[in-house]
Every structure is written in structure tokens, then in C-alpha cells.
Write a protein that binds this ligand. Structure first.
Ligand SMILES: [Zn+2]
Length: 532
């Protein structure tokens, strides 16, 4: 009998996590995430799934992040009728995050349609709406950590705390090949794995002894400088003091869930101890505000040494839920702190604040998390002199700073150690959920040292492997690919294009005078005409 795995997302890329396991008795999907970042990938969100949603029997969800959960409302709307098994923490977070994602889809499509109408192009419909997202919540069913649950006949699963986010899990699976099989195939899906010593969460946990391990690789090629709670707070304090000295706003683009709550815990604690100047901290994200309430509810499952309720009740913390409250922050001129989503600056209220402040050398932008290729955050991180926000070009004069201490992901050596602790891994280790370089970096780190190179696989999008044999076998899927592998791994032309426009503007502005500018423009024109 045949057991196959299809990598429907997050293969040679870091978003759109989705893995289809097909067994003799049915189909199980692990995660159903939204593609983010590059246009070519985001386009997949609008297209058909590479399977029929009605054919999927159950979904196992590792955690609430949108790149793992964000296409569930579409899956349900298009005919999925099974259950979505997730921990209670994940369900509570999804009950805010998915409706929020639905309303982002609606508003992004509304503004795209306004632009399309002006250009005479046809209307686009949202991937799903807020109502679709709310409807999909009915399909969730809670599971406990470390307890076996039956998924479909012959398949059972057990969730282990992955230490990455409230409710996050690595999922252990046992798949019987047929009723007579003496020994089931044992698999482990890492989900996203947290770093050691993470604020609020325990260290990641999982058993050992598998046939297959499917591991994330987000930071596979990076080693983070060693950190500790003390070092982390010191580095944050130094950044906040510098930002206060510059005299303008400190903008922290943050993921609404967990990263935001970690920052609040440290910022309030530093203010209470007089280590940074006291200033208002605006939590300018309705989703982050609701997520903060979920953290309060689950305080008992988080680090017991942190008094979350006291910190979250600080008078320095201001919640700006409505649009009017949010707009009123824009009138402030001196030092204040704004935490707003999204963490990679590609959506959300942070974009308004960036528009308001990026041109000012009194402002500071503090990046506190992973910035994917093609996002505004990545352009800032790489030192862009100007960026485009909602079609408008904005000069970057603000100080762009970055700290790594709040990562929700294990780094290269931590993930390699996590893999090593899962041994023996009998038949194969699949590296997924990372950009090309990160996966290659992790492969270098584990090949031969931790697992024989012959047992190491780096699947590309839509690859299908047969798992029943002594070793995994790649099936021929040429005609079933949604994207050519090189379209997944390389920056698409949209990014090249915006980079080029910014470079041209910069070169022309830097020219000595109008005559020199005229020369550059004529040369570019000649190059274009030569192409035509
Ligand atoms: Zn995650």
C-alpha cells in the first residue's frame, strides 16, 4: 500500500506551510498557510489548491501564524468538511487572527479594485472574507499536548510543545500502511521550532526515533549571537535610549501575536526599573490588543516567573483600537513608542506610521523579527535609501536598527541540535520552510554529522514522495507543478522592477545638475529603445 507526502507549500520558501499526507485510508493536511512576500507566491493564494478540499479528511494545525493557518478559511469555503485539530492556545489565537486576515484580504482587494477600475482592468475577488474566516472557526477541535488522538483510520497524532508561540506544536504521526502492518510509519512534522530560552515559552520538546522527520529551516544558515534574558533586555534598553536621544518616534513593526507581548513585557519592566525613559507605548493594532487578552487568559501556561497581568495593566501602555485613536498618535512629535503590525511592514497600521516618520532623522525603526524577501521590512533592513508605500515614494532618513533577540525561531545550531535529538531517523529528513540559502545552510550543518547525506532531502514546491519503501522515492510531478522551481526560489521581476526604479531615482537626484540629469535620462532612453 502507498503512503505519500506532497509539499504543497513552504518548500524552498518560508511561507505557505502545507503538507498533504495520503494514506490508504484517507488524506490528512498538516497546516494550510498563506503565501506571503513575493508576488509570484502570493498569486498562489488566489489559485486552486493542488488537491480537492472536499477530499481532505482532517487538518492538523501546528500553530496559529498566518503562514501556517491563513488558507484554512478558503479550504472550508471550498468544501473541506473535516475537523481542524489544534491546541486550545492555537484555537484562541486563530479565533482573532483568521477573521483579521479575512478583513485584510477584503480591504487589500478593495483598494486593488479601485486601482484596477482606474486602469480599466477587471475586478478581483478576495481570497476569502472575514465572514468566511468566522465560519471556518466551527471546524476547529481542541487537542491536548502529549496525548494521542485518532485522526483517520490507521493514523494517529500527538502534539508536542514547540516553544515557538502560544499553543505551538510539533506533530508526531503514526501511519499504518494497512490493517496487517506490524509497524506503522513514524513521522514528525516540526512546525516552527522555538529557540532555547525564549521569553514566555518553554524549550521545544519532542520524542525520538522516526522513519521521517520534516523540519523547518527558517534560520538554518544563521547563528545568532548568544543571548540571555539579561543580554536581551540590555540590547533593547540601549536601542530605546538611543531612539529617545534622537527625539522622535520609535517604531517597532511587530508580529501582533507573541512578539508584541514579549516586547511589552520587557519595555514595561525596563521602564519600571528606570532603565529606559518613561514614555507612552502605543499598541496600535486591534489584533495585537485581542491577542494580548488571549495571553492574559493563558498566563498559567506561560513562564510562571513573569507577572503578565501586572505588566499588561501598566499606565504607560495605551491600546489604540479604533482608527480615530490610531490617527491621534500621528500628532505626537517627541519621543514615544509605537508597536504596530505587520512585522515585515507589508500590511497593517505600521505603514501609516512609516509614511509619517521614515523621512525624519529623529525617528527610529527597530526591526525585531525575520524579514522575508520582497517585503518592505527587508528593503529597509538592506539599507534602501527610499521605499514605496502605497504607491508613494518615501525617503529613508530614519535610523533603521535591528535586534535578533526576540526571534521565535531556533537558529542554525539549535535546529541542528533539535534534529539530532530526534534520532534515529531511519529513512529520511526533509528540510522545508526556509529560503534556498537557509535550507542549503542547514543541510551543510547536518549532512554526515547528524544524518547520512543520502537520507537528506530538500523538496521543491509540489514535490510528491512515496514513503512506503525503504527510502523515500520522488514521483514524477512535472505536469502537476503550479510554479517552476526557479520561480519559487528567485526574486520575481516585480521586486527587480521596484529596485530599478528606486536606483534610477536615486542616481538622477544625486546628479550634479539638471544637465547631468538630462544625460542620464537620455542614456536610459537609448538603452530602452535599443531593446525595443
Ligand atoms: Zn510560526
Amino acid at each position: 500500500m502507498s503512503v505519500t507526502v506532497r509539499f504543497c507549500g513552504a518548500a524552498q520558501t518560508v511561507t505557505g506551510s502545507c503538507t498533504l499526507l495520503q494514506t490508504p485510508s484517507g488524506r490528512v493536511l498538516v497546516d494550510c498557510g498563506l503565501f506571503q512576500g513575493q508576488k509570484a507566491l502570493k498569486q498562489l493564494n488566489y489559485g486552486a489548491f493542488p488537491f480537492r478540499p472536499a477530499d481532505i479528511d482532517q487538518v492538523l494545525l501546528t500553530h496559529a501564524h498566518i503562514d501556517h493557518s491563513g488558507l484554512l478559511p478558503k479550504l472550508v469555503r471550498e468544501g473541506f468538511r473535516g475537523r481542524i485539530l489544534a491546541t486550545r492556545g492555537t484555537i484562541d489565537l486563530c479565533s482573532w487572527m483568521l477573521p483579521d486576515a479575512g478583513s485584510i484580504q477584503e480591504s487589500e482587494v478593495a483598494s486593488l479594485n479601485r486601482r484596477n477600475a482606474a486602469r480599466g482592468r477587471s475586478e478581483v475577488t478576495p481570497i476569502y472574507t472575514q465572514a468566511d474566516a468566522i465560519a471556518s472557526l466551527q471546524s476547529f477541535q481542541p487537542v491536548d499536548y502529549e496525548t494521542w488522538c485518532d485522526v483517520i483510520p490507521g493514523v494517529r497524532a500527538r502534539y508536542w510543545n514547540a516553544g515557538h508561540l502560544l499553543g505551538s506544536a510539533s506533530i508526531e504521526l503514526e501511519v499504518a500502511e494497512d490493517a496487517a502492518s506490524a509497524r506503522p510509519i513514524r513521522l514528525l512534522m516540526s512546525g516552527d521550532v522555538g529557540p532555547d530560552g525564549k521569553l514566555l515559552e518553554p524549550d521545544p520538546k519532542a520524542p525520538s526515533g522516526f522513519d521521517y522527520v520534516i523540519s523547518e529551516s527558517t534560520y538554518g544558515d544563521r547563528i545568532r549571537p548568544p543571548t540571555s534574558p539579561e543580554l536581551r533586555r540590555q540590547r533593547l534598553a540601549a536601542e530605546v535610549r538611543d531612539a529617545a536621544a534622537a527625539g522622535g518616534a520609535l517604531l517597532i513593526p511587530a508580529f501582533a501575536v507573541e512578539r508584541t507581548q514579549e516586547l511589552i513585557v520587557d519595555l514595561i519592566d525596563l521602564m519600571d526599573h528606570g532603565e529606559i525613559p518613561t514614555a507612552p507605548i502605543f499598541l496600535d493594532s486591534p489584533l495585537a490588543i485581542h491577542a494580548t487578552e488571549v495571553f492574559r487568559t493563558h498566563a498559567a501556561s506561560l513562564d510562571p516567573t513573569i507577572d503578565i497581568n501586572r505588566l499588561f495593566n501598566s499606565p504607560n501602555l495605551r491600546f489604540t483600537e479604533t482608527v480615530d485613536e490610531s490617527k491621534s498618535i500621528a500628532r505626537l512629535t517627541g519621543f514615544h513608542i509605537i508597536i504596530a503590525a505587520s512585522g515585515m511592514c507589508d500590511a497593517g497600521r505600521i505603514r501609516h506610521h512609516l509614511k509619517r516618520w521614515l523621512w525624519s532623522n529623529r525617528a527610529t525603526v527597530l526591526l525585531v523579527g525575520y524579514q522575508a524577501h520582497g517585503t518592505l521590512g527587508r528593503f529597509l533592513q538592506e539599507g534602501a535609501k527610499a521605499v514605496r508605500i502605497q504607491g508613494e515614494e518615501i525617503k529613508v532618513a530614519a535610523r533603521i536598527r535591528m535586534i535578533d533577540d526576540y526571534s521565535g525561531h531556533a537558529d542554525g545550531s539549535e535546529i541542528a541540535r533539535w534534529i539530532a535529538a530526534r534520532r534515529p531517523i531511519e529513512r529520511g529528513l526533509f528540510l522545508v520552510h526556509g529560503e534556498e540559502a537557509a535550507i542549503a545552510g542547514l543541510a551543510d550543518r547536518v549532512a554526515e554529522r547528524i544524518i547520512p547525506a543520502a537520507k537528506l532531502f530538500q523538496p521543491v514546491l509540489d514535490d510528491i514522495f512515496e514513503l512506503s519503501g525503504a527510502e523515500p522515492r520522488l514521483l514524477d510531478v512535472t505536469h502537476r507543478r503550479r510554479l517552476a522551481p526557479e520561480a519559487v526560489t528567485h526574486l520575481d521581476w516585480h521586486n527587480d522592477m521596484s529596485g530599478l526604479i528606486l536606483d534610477i531615482n536615486e542616481r538622477i537626484e544625486a546628479a550634479a545638475d539638471d544637465r547631468a540629469r538630462g544625460v542620464i535620462i537620455r542614456r536610459l532612453r537609448r538603452a530602452l529603445d535599443a531593446e525595443g
